[in-house]
Ligand binder design. Structure first.
Ligand code: PLP
Length: 375
């Protein structure tokens, strides 16, 4: 068997170990310490819009705390992009609220502004104003920020920007991760930078950050004994993990460059294959191309190609299965136009890592060419 080629795997700079070593030497082996503050500062200066960053255990915990900060509770409704990873929606249910799923548009594959407005109007008519809107920059492609935020503003609904896949992307020159009333980042093992597992909450005010850190560290009141007047969580990032993050920040931009060049290579190579199409960047949208995605002409071709790659020990994966199709969300309200269902049937993610070698990319390309030569 040929060695495995992964969809997206961790890619260290080498500097990570220096920060971890410092943490061990100072015995900062805890969910606080200089690496946590350092990593937060690195992210704040990278994002560059006067935002505050709280480093947390995961992107999921950042989403959960966002909902808590916005007061989402039992019986509330929260609008969420249907085409996404389940972690965008699960925290809504942690709060006893109901997700309302909204379909995608074709230009970015993200939340459709028309469907969003339809959904909001209909929920209001049915008696409830949604408490928040969660759009996602899927695979690194910025959603239609102006259109979505205009509607949110019109109805006075806060936006939680799920930027888990889009650190390094920007929209009209402004970094993804800075558009929401609250925004979240993820540093899980397959993301554009990783801390093995981790995430962050990006806030516009220092008060929000402090409240998030308070809740993330078991909501301990100011007292010599342990005293609690809120339910707390154990959601803070550890100082060891944050050391990996500091190292990763030194190579974030080069990871974006490499991932974008993977995408360009696929696009150029398959430009004359009329069964493969690519998602181009609309004007003003700059994608980190976290994952290189393609659309095939049919579900049969997509599945055939996926199996052909699997035979060559090359990992590929269908695009996210929309949340409205997930058994666990079968009762959730949904506002659909068919776009995300079609993307799920015909879309495939190709190996996209920043550590892919030319030999590995050649193997992927020749496996795809072989498949189309015989099919
Ligand atoms: C990865 C991801 C998350 C969750 O982040 P974790 O750090 O894995 O908890 C949330 N939303 C999207 C779109 C993601 O891709």
């Amino acid at each position: 068997m040929k060695p495995k080629i992964w969809l997206s795997s961790p890619h260290m700079s080498g500097v990570e170990e220096t920060y971890i070593k410092q943490a061990f030497e100072a015995n900062w082996v805890a969910p606080l310490g200089p690496n946590v503050n350092g990593f937060e500062n690195d992210l704040q200066s990278y994002l560059n819009e006067d935002r505050y960053v709280a480093a947390l255990a995961s992107g999921t915990s950042a989403l959960h705390l966002s909902l808590i900060l916005l007061g989402v509770t039992n019986g509330d409704e929260v609008v969420c992009q249907s085409k996404t990873f389940s972690a965008s929606a699960n925290p809504i249910v942690y709060q006893g609220a109901t997700p309302v799923f909204v379909d995608s548009e074709k230009d970015t594959w993200n939340m459709c502004p028309e469907q969003l407005e339809t959904a909001i109007k209909d929920r209001i008519e049915k008696g409830k104003i949604p408490k928040a809107i969660i759009p996602v920059h899927l695979y690194g492609m910025p959603y239609k920020v102006n259109e979505i935020h205009k509607i949110a503003k019109e109805y006075n609904i806060p936006v939680i920007e799920d930027s888990a896949e889009s650190l390094g992307s920007h929209y009209n020159g402004q970094n993804c991760g800075t558009f929401g009333d609250l925004s979240i980042l993820s540093f899980n093992g397959n993301k554009i930078i990783t801390t093995s597992g981790g995430g962050a909450l990006v806030t516009r005010t220092e008060e929000h950050k402090e409240k998030a850190v308070f809740l993330a560290t078991q909501a301990r009141d100011d007292a010599p004994h342990y005293q609690h007047s809120h339910i707390g969580y154990n959601y803070r990032m550890s100082n060891i993990v944050a050391g990996i993050g500091r190292g990763q920040m030194t190579i974030l931009d080069s990871h974006v460059t490499k991932r974008r060049s993977n995408h360009e290579l696929y696009k150029k190579t398959f430009s004359s294959n009329n069964k493969i199409t690519f998602l181009n960047e609309p004007e003003g949208h700059f994608s980190n191309r976290w994952l290189s995605t393609i659309l095939l002409d049919s579900k049969t071709t997509r599945e055939g190609l996926r199996l052909a790659l699997e035979k060559e020990n090359i990992e590929s994966r269908p695009l996210w299965k929309p949340m409205h199709q997930q058994p666990v969300f079968k009762n959730a309200p949904r506002y659909l136009n068919g776009v995300s269902d079609d993307l799920f049937e015909r879309g495939l993610c190709l190996p996209s890592g920043s550590n892919l070698t030319n030999e590995q990319l050649d193997r992927v390309i020749s496996a795809i060419n072989t498949y189309f030569a015989v099919c």
